[in-house]
Write a protein that binds this ligand. Structure first.
Ligand SMILES: Cc1ncc(COP(=O)(O)O)c(C=O)c1O
Length: 499
C-alpha cells in the first residue's frame, strides 16, 4: 500500500479532544482499508516507521495495529511485517458502493410502509418554537413539587423503580388516571382498562396497527389532525374525509360511507383544528352509527381540560358503557410535552393484544416519571395546576382575540371556540395562504397553516395560532410584526392575487 502515511495524515484528526490518539489512528486505518485503498496482502509500514512519519509514539501505532489484527483487518507476521488481511470481499467495490450510497442513500431500501412513513411524517422543528406555535406554557409548572416528589420516589423502593416495569403502565398511575377521568371527564373505566403510553401519537399508531388491515377504511374529520392522518396512512388505512361544521363532525354523512369502515377519528371536545364542540345530539348519533356499523370511535380528547366558557363537556366514552370507544388522553398539554406520558382507555377484551403490541415496541414508559406523576395526581397538584392554567389561558385567549381585532382582522376572522390552546383563523378568500407563510417566515413567526389539514386542498386557507404560551404583550408584538410582514409581502407581490 503506497503513501499510507500521507493518507493517514489526511484522515487522522490530531486535535480531536475526545478520543485517544490510538483509537483515532485505528479508525483512520480502518476507513483507509474500507475505502478501497488497499488490497489483500498489501504491506503496511512498520510501526516504528509509521510512528515517525505521523510524529506519534510507537506504542500508539502498536496498539492500533494490534487492535485491528484482533478485529481481523490486519495480519502480523513475526519478522516480516503487518499486512492487509484476507477480506477482499468486504473491500471490493467499496468505492462504487460509496458512490451509490451518496446518490440514493438508504432510501431505496425502504419498505413501502417505510416509504409511506417517510413521505407522511416530517419532523417538527421544536428548537425554533416561537409565536404562534401551539404549545402549553411550561413556565408556571410547579417544578419544585415535581423535584420533591422525584427525590422521594427515588429514595423509597429504589431498586424496584430502577427495574423493568408493567407494560400496561404503573398500577398506581392507572388508578389515579381512572379516578381523574371519572371525576372530570365523565369517562367510566377501571384501571385495568387503561394502557399507559408515551403519547397520543403512539396511541393512534397502535390503534391503526392493531385494528386495521391494509386498505381498510377509517373516517377522518375534514379538516383533521395531521398526526392522526399520518398514523393511519402509515398503517395502510384508507382515509375517508367527513366534513366538520359548526356542530362538529357531520355524523349524518357517516351513514353514506361504505360498509366495512373500521373506525372514525374524532376530537369532540375541541375539534382539531377548528375548535368547535360536537353537540350531544351528534355524540349520541355517532355512538348509534358506530354500533350499527361495527366500527370503533377513536375519541382524541387532547386538550379538553382547557375550556374557558362553561364547564368541560363530558367525553363520548362515558355516554354509554357499552359504546365501542377507544379514548385517547395525553399529559402533553396539561403538564408538559417532554413528559411523554399519555393513555388509551379501551374495553378489557382488547387489552392483552394492545399490551403485547406495546411490549413489542418498547416495553413500557419511563417508570420513575409514571410513579412521580401518580404521586403528583394523588396529592392534588394535578387538578390544582389545571385550574391555574385554565385561568391563565382563559385570560390570554381573551387578550389574544382583542389584539387580533386590532392587528389582523383585515386579513381574516377567528373561528369561534370555547377552549383549547389555539385559535383557528380563516383567511379572506382573496389572500393566498402561501403569501402569509412567506410573511410569517420572514418575520420569524411560526404559523401552522390550515389548508394542509384538509384532504381537499381547494379549501380557503387559514392559520392555527397558538396563544397559550405567549403573554399578551408577546402575542400583540407577534401580531404587529405579522401584519407588517403581510402588508409588505402583498405590496411586493402585487397582492390579493389568487393562491
Ligand atoms: C389533536 C391532537 N391529538 C394529539 C396530539 C399530540 O399529543 P401527544 O404529545 O401526546 O402525542 C396533538 C398535539 O398537538 C393534537 O393536536
Amino acid at each position: 500500500m503506497r503513501n499510507t502515511s500521507s493518507l493517514l495524515l489526511a484522515l487522522i484528526d490530531k486535535n480531536d479532544p475526545v478520543l485517544p490518539l490510538s483509537l483515532r489512528l485505528q479508525a483512520s486505518i480502518r476507513s483507509l482499508l474500507l475505502s478501497g485503498h488497499a488490497r489483500q496482502g498489501d504491506k503496511l509500514p512498520s510501526s516504528r516507521l509509521l510512528a515517525r512519519e505521523l510524529a506519534v509514539a510507537r506504542d500508539t501505532v502498536e496498539a492500533a495495529y494490534q487492535h485491528l489484527e484482533t478485529e481481523g483487518f490486519l495480519v502480523r507476521r513475526l519478522g516480516s511485517g503487518t499486512f492487509v488481511a484476507a477480506c477482499e470481499h468486504a473491500f471490493a467495490g467499496a468505492a462504487q458502493r460509496k458512490r451509490n450510497l451518496a446518490s440514493t442513500g438508504f432510501r431505496a431500501a425502504l419498505s413501502s410502509r417505510g416509504a409511506a412513513i417517510a413521505r407522511g411524517g416530517g419532523v417538527p422543528d421544536h428548537a425554533a418554537a416561537r409565536a404562534f406555535a401551539i404549545l402549553p406554557d411550561v413556565q408556571p409548572f410547579p417544578l419544585d413539587v415535581w423535584q420533591r416528589l422525584t427525590s422521594r420516589v427515588l429514595k423509597t423502593h429504589r431498586a424496584e423503580r430502577l427495574m423493568y416495569a408493567d407494560s400496561q403502565g404503573h398500577p398506581a398511575l392507572r388508578a389515579e388516571i381512572a379516578k381523574y377521568l371519572a371525576a372530570h371527564r365523565g369517562v367510566h373505566c377501571s384501571d385495568s382498562e387503561i394502557l399507559v403510553l408515551s403519547s397520543s401519537q403512539q396511541a393512534l399508531t397502535l390503534i391503526a396497527t392493531m385494528l386495521t388491515d391494509a386498505g381498510q377504511a377509517i373516517a377522518m374529520e375534514e379538516p383533521g389532525f395531521h398526526g392522526a392522518r399520518f398514523a393511519f396512512e402509515a398503517a395502510g388505512a384508507r382515509l375517508l374525509p367527513v366534513k366538520v361544521d359548526g356542530n362538529g363532525l357531520d355524523v349524518e354523512a357517516l351513514r353514506s360511507l361504505p360498509a366495512g369502515t373500521r373506525a372514525v377519528y374524532v376530537t369532540p371536545s375541541h375539534q382539531y383544528p377548528l375548535g368547535v364542540t360536537l353537540t350531544l345530539e351528534r355524540r349520541l348519533a355517532l355512538v348509534d352509527w358506530a354500533r350499527r356499523s361495527n366500527a370503533w370511535i377513536i375519541e382524541d380528547d387532547y386538550d379538553s381540560e382547557f375550556r374557558y366558557d362553561g364547564r368541560p363537556i363530558a367525553a363520548i366514552q362515558g355516554l354509554d358503557p357499552t359504546a365501542p370507544v377507544l379514548y385517547v388522553g395525553t399529559f402533553s398539554k396539561v403538564l408538559f410535552p417532554s413528559l411523554r406520558l399519555a393513555y388509551l382507555v379501551m374495553p378489557k377484551s382488547l387489552m392483552p393484544a394492545f399490551v403485547a403490541a406495546r411490549t413489542l415496541i418498547d416495553g413500557h414508559s419511563n417508570l420513575i416519571n409514571q410513579v412521580v406523576l401518580a404521586e403528583f395526581m394523588r396529592e392534588g397538584h394535578f387538578t390544582a395546576h389545571i385550574r391555574r392554567m385554565r385561568q391563565l389561558y382563559g385570560a390570554r385567549r381573551d387578550a389574544f382575540l382583542h389584539a387580533f381585532g386590532r392587528h389582523l382582522s383585515s386579513f381574516g376572522s377567528c373561528v369561534e371556540s370555547a377552549g383549547g390552546l389555539h385559535v383557528t383563523v380563516r383567511l379572506d378568500a382573496d389572500i393566498p395562504e402561501s403569501l402569509t407563510s412567506r410573511a410569517a417566515a420572514r418575520s420569524r413567526i411560526e404559523l401552522p397553516t390550515l389548508r394542509r389539514l384538509y384532504a381537499d386542498r381547494s379549501k380557503t386557507g387559514g392559520w392555527l395560532m397558538g396563544f397559550a404560551s405567549l403573554t399578551p404583550g408577546q402575542a400583540a408584538r407577534g401580531m404587529g410584526a405579522l401584519s407588517q410582514a403581510m402588508k409588505s409581502e402583498m405590496a411586493r407581490t402585487g397582492a390579493r392575487a389568487s393562491d
